[in-house]
Design a protein around this ligand. Structure first.
Ligand code: MG
Length: 288
């Protein structure tokens, strides 16, 4: 009796083991139903995996952090070789003690043009407070050379809301004022999507998401058109705005910049949604 039970148990265990192994093989090979939004099935092992990126490190007040491994480094404290004066020629900004000082008479812009990006910029307002309203620590980060995210010393400095630090200038104030006191290093982490067109027709405006010092201040905010002063923004007709340089504004105030890097997003977006492997994502960071 006892030996029969043992045999049954052993046989049952054997069957269970074989079944489990079979189930594991099936789980590894058999995908689920077709996803209607992609060319892949649910849990599809043939779908290309994302590229590997080594994350960067956070900055401290004394030391800029390291960019992620796939970033294009635009300024690492050494030189402005990635930049030119707006329209061409040497930038008038100056590199002093590892920072780029906003110095006139011209804005500076990247030589390379970008569309959709993740952009990291660090800046510090002059420690010595001078001027007020728009005259205190004014600079700006321009996406595609057209769309300004305002840089201003808005720490205890009243100005018009759609022109304070973090504003889509002349259009949308930031959701909150997340400014640090003048003299302290601050960060912008910006995710920007350029306008979309079908033929010559604008179908989607530009959008911007901005974190200032880690605080969300623009949440997938629609941009109404290129930045202007004292005018209602709108998109120009018969001009497609799809790429452009990243520009930093000279507005008469010695704002300092450091640790500027960018990650183009369009090849990654294509890979994520279609599986077409991005060939621009394996670049090592150009960090020295
Ligand atoms: Mg400005």
């Amino acid at each position: 009796m006892q030996s029969i039970s043992r045999r049954r148990l052993a046989r049952a265990a054997c069957i269970a083991a074989v079944s489990l192994a079979g189930a594991m093989v099936v789980a590894a090979e058999k995908a689920g139903p077709q996803q209607p939004w992609s060319q892949y099935k649910v849990h599809d092992m043939t779908r290309p995996v994302p590229p590997v990126v080594t994350p960067g490190t956070a900055s401290t007040p004394e030391q800029p952090g390291k960019p992620p491994s796939d970033a294009i480094v635009l300024f690492d404290g050494t030189d402005l070789s990635k930049w030119q004066a707006v329209g061409g020629g040497e930038p008038t900004f100056r590199v002093v003690d590892g920072v780029a000082l906003s110095y006139g008479p011209k804005y500076m812009e990247t030589k390379e043009k970008f569309g959709d990006v993740q952009l990291h910029v660090e800046w510090a307002e002059p420690a010595e407070v001078k001027g007020d309203s728009q005259g205190r620590g004014n600079s700006g980060v321009f996406l595609m050379g057209k769309f300004e995210t305002q840089v201003l010393d808005s720490y205890n400095n009243r100005t018009y809301a759609d022109g304070q630090c973090g504003a889509v200038y002349g259009q949308y104030p930031p959701q909150v004022n997340a400014c640090r006191p003048p003299g302290e290093w601050q960060t912008y982490d910006i995710i920007f999507h350029h306008p979309r067109y079908e033929g010559d027709k604008l179908t989607e405006p530009a959008y911007i998401t901005t974190l200032q010092n880690g605080v969300l201040i623009q949440d997938h905010q629609r941009i109404e058109g290129p930045t202007g002063h004292m005018h209602v923004a709108s998109y120009p007709e018969n001009v497609k705005l799809e790429t452009g340089p990243i520009a930093l504004q000279y507005h008469g105030n010695p704002v300092r910049f450091r640790n500027i890097w960018v990650r183009p997003l369009e090849a990654l977006d294509l890979q994520q949604h279609t599986g077409q492997v991005a060939d621009t994502t394996a670049k090592p960071a150009e960090q020295k």
